[in-house]
Design a protein around this ligand. Sequence first.
Ligand SMILES: Nc1ncnc2c1ncn2[C@@H]1O[C@H](COP(=O)(O)OP(=O)(O)OP(=O)(O)O)[C@@H](O)[C@H]1O
Ligand SMILES: [Mg+2]
Length: 891
Amino acid sequence: MAKISPLMDQYFGMKEQCGDAVLLFRMGDFYETFGADAEITARVLKITLTSRQKDKEGNRIPLAGIPHHALDAYLPKLVGAGYKVAICEQVEDPKKAKGLVKREIIRVITPGTIIEPSMLEEGSNNYLASVFEEDGRIGLTFLDVSTGEFLATEFSADGGKLSAEIAKFRPSECLVARSADSPLIGELSGALLQRLEDADFDLEGARTRLADHFGRERVDRWGLPGLPAAARACGAVLSYLQSARLSALDHIAEVRIYSPEDFMVLDDTTLRNLEIFRNIRDRSKRGSLVEFLDETSTPGGSRTLRKWLQMPLLSPEDIESRLDAVEELVGDAMLRADLREALKGGGDLERVVARTSCGTASPKDLAALKGSIERLPRVVEILKGARAEMLQGLRGRLEIGPLREVADLIGRAVADDPPSAIREGGIIRDGYDPELDELRSMLREGRGWIARMERQERNRTGIKSLRVGYNNVFGYYIEVTKANLSAVPPEYIRKQTLAGAERFITPELKEMESRVLSAQERSASLEEEIFLSVRREAAARSREIQERAAALGELDVLVTLAAVAADGEFVRPKLNDQGEISMRASRHPILERAMRGGFVPNDVHLDGRGNRFLILTGPNMAGKSTYMRQIALAVVLAQIGSFVPAAFASISPVDRIFTRVGAYDDLSAGQSTFMIEMTELAKILGSATSKSLILLDEIGRGTSTFDGLAIAWSVTEHIHNRVRGKAVFATHYHQLTQLAGVLPGVKNYNMAVKEEGDSVVFLRTVVPGATDRSYGIHVAKLAGVPEEVVARSKEILREIEREAVIEPLASGPRPRKGGTRYTQLIFFDEPRPPVEGADDNGGFMGEGSTSYDDKGEILEEIMALEIDGLTPLEALNKLSDYKRRLHTGDD
Ligand SMILES: Nc1ncnc2c1ncn2[C@@H]1O[C@H](COP(=O)(O)OP(=O)(O)OP(=O)(O)O)[C@@H](O)[C@H]1O
Ligand SMILES: [Mg+2]
């Protein structure tokens, strides 16, 4: 076997320690990667792959290196590409090392354990999730190491809750046991999975790790012992942090147990369809609700806003409490402006604390921490005048308390505009530490002596250009140009010859030099020592700082919601417990802003009784989907405690919003369009309750007209009769509107249009009643489909309409042409007019009529007839029998 160098031996030792991580191995000014790691690094970072000779046989191994100062630029790319990265540093001064330099892995960075600000998005959390399932229970935790927030929950494994939680928190990494089964893994789709050994999820180990980190008594108080699956998930997180070399984690001070049942459920599909966090088109923030709302003044506020949107409230008291605060802020523009002013520029308190406790906070960070703390009294002062209970509560939580000392300490110890680096001095203020002051005065004296020496020697030797300089190799020297060499005194010792000059030293100069350098070294390391102790003091107050950071985040969001409400002329929603969602002049906030005045407001009336299932028909492009979305957005807004875009709103909190919107292809999931549609439908029918809001946008479109209509029909019946939730169903199956006459909770509405000669004007107004036309061909023409095709479509349409081939429900009443297709209705000021088709619909699908099944039977019999084997008489008899059977059925 080939012998390898001691260095490579050390390397392979490290490589063994860091498992599947890419190892960045510090060698002088470079981080080197070898072998497969080098191939990954070269590919991801687009740097050159070279090779280095490994042994006498000449086996070569790939090599790729990055300069140490470029780590900040390269690291995010590697981690962003989904790799774990282990950083191995030289932990002793190479100059002082005997033999091989000592090295250690100081940190393993994974997507879910990032604390480096350069790699984090400011206004978003970065969660590491951990999931464990046992006995039909799922334990789930989310930890943001960069802020210290640690959430845990446990729930039953059925019902798709896991995927909904994962969709809300969008963890960048998710820990699962190696033995986790596939249904569980299926629910985690989209998250980057990190398989850990089952032992990492061990219950005993989890208990010990939790007790070690938080103290047994607190862990008991939170109730974790009663949630074994959650405790195991927490345990795995703590063990993973250890393996990531994250040890001093004072800022992870609490596990907050929450229950998904306390919040409105917004699953993956609904978040996407309502464009809460990202738009549907390019999955970016543009056009999303969060972007619309996010006028926060701090990164912490931005993160809190997201959390509120992830977890809309159910409890009316909690919602009202936020609404009270928002209302006061809407009404008091001065208060709002003062608070914004005080919040702005307050830095990212949570993340600075996290870095402080992880030991990566820079002197600049501590100065910023002081600045943030010192803003608290001003905020408290402003809030003194506020009346709302929540604002008063926030005032109490923002009292500076023990943080005064932290700020004072930093103020006394750390200089005003300190550097980012810890080792280069200039951090600690004069007068803070006597020893440091003394070293500094020695330094000043020494430098003064050297400066004076230059003047003295010029006078003494008469060499005007004589210069005292310094470089890293020779230290201090006296430089004399070639022309003046004759005047150099004999006691000068020659050290170096340059092109136009010579450099000398003297024993006195060297003596002073060594005093200066040692004082410098000593003072730099003393500064570092002092800085670390100040940082530890600050870290010890992590929890108190975090509590205030959380309060600031909430205040920021309240102020923001108020500003948005004031600017957008939103109204405070009234809450009702009658299952009613009523709005006058409701708008889609994002479209309204984008259209600058062109948006047509609409009324909404949904209740738990006669108006609980709305069938919405109307032309393509008329605004059906928009109308449905704006209802859902208003409900979400109301339940996070925001005002809503309407002139009046009364809303009954819903437990979940289901959406089934249009067709989109998700080929990556290996399912067909229609399969996805039906899967989502199954989920809705399986989980919706009478408190849910269900929005169905054209279900059944992806299959044959008859199949689709049949499904749409029975879904409507099921939701109406069984689920009894509130629903809006936009459809082009005009036959469906006949249900309004049969099911008491179903009502028809349509989007009004005005026909002007050959063209159609969209009025964007929702009016009661059904419509029977889609004007699809009109829209096709608008979209630029060739005139020829449009004309031919019209021809075919006339033909089809005459023959009514797609009118399978011919036994029902034919929808009236030219009915109330264009009448404005004021929902709130007039009694509801009788719904079209409700009265003249008697007996539809009722007793005595031939059911589809009967007709089908007759059809089947006819199809099965062997005509060739029938006598003419038999044939006649059959015919008369069929006629009789059909006839009895029809009267
Ligand atoms: N209330 C409104 N006021 C003004 N413009 C609107 C309104 N509602 C919708 N629109 C405009 O009409 C466009 C089409 O709306 P939407 O997608 O809701 O139509 P639709 O009825 O669902 O059509 P389709 O049946 O083809 O799905 C929107 O993109 C918007 O520009
Ligand atoms: Mg639509």
